[in-house]
Design a binder for this molecule. Structure first.
Ligand SMILES: Cc1cc2nc3c(=O)[nH]c(=O)nc-3n(C[C@H](O)[C@H](O)[C@H](O)COP(=O)(O)O)c2cc1C
Length: 172
């Protein structure tokens, strides 16, 4: 799919078919995440690949009952590794760069899913402690985004956007 078409076709998708995702597609999504830029190229994040039904159902609980998470054949959980970034960037690494690294990687994954004919959605509304418990995450990781991925089982729609006039401030 051409890049601008991917942008146009990208929507948050919250209904998925009970159809497995081909391994090549999963690898393409993970490789796209791995190709994302990161502060100092430190890649201060980890990606947890969750397919286990029980674990996914724990993620639903952690995400305040967002049940579509469980229906996705694949859930990618992007976690920041603040200390990795702190080694070079101190507080800015902890508070900003590691979060940005994880988020940008998740964005690359989200867009790649679209390009491959799959649907996904950023899930940020969750209890961090419960996600850590559900996946037995090491202490040093901070979950940032849950990205359920699957074949689309809804009619995608475009959400409204602000006009560029509202969004962009031109400075002389
Ligand atoms: C940081 C972030 C957190 C989000 N968290 C959730 C969430 O917890 N649950 C959900 O259904 N959608 C979530 N979304 C998706 C947004 O609702 C969605 O991107 C927005 O409504 C625009 O729709 P679109 O992505 O289809 O253009 C999140 C998006 C972002 C960027």
């Amino acid at each position: 799919m051409e890049f601008f078409e991917v942008l146009k076709e990208r929507h948050s998708i919250r209904a998925y078919k009970a159809q497995d995702i081909e391994e090549e597609k999963i690898n393409a999504i993970l490789n796209a995440a791995n190709s994302a830029p990161s502060a100092g190229n430190l890649q201060a994040y980890k990606i947890y690949k969750v397919v286990n039904r029980e674990k996914k159902s724990k993620l639903v609980w952690a995400a305040f009952g967002q049940s579509f998470i469980e229906k996705a054949p694949l859930c990618l959980v992007f976690c920041a590794h603040p200390q990795r970034s702190a080694q070079k960037y101190g507080r800015r690494g902890v508070e900003l760069y590691s979060i940005q690294d994880a988020t940008i990687a998740a964005t690359f994954a989200h867009l790649t899913a679209t390009a491959l004919g799959l649907g996904s959605v950023f899930v940020g509304a969750f209890n961090e402690k419960e996600v850590k418990k559900a996946l037995s995450l090491p202490r040093e990781l901070k979950p940032i985004i849950i990205l359920p991925v699957g074949y689309i089982d809804e009619i995608p729609y475009s959400s409204p956007r602000k006009s560029l006039n509202e969004l962009v401030v031109e400075i002389d």
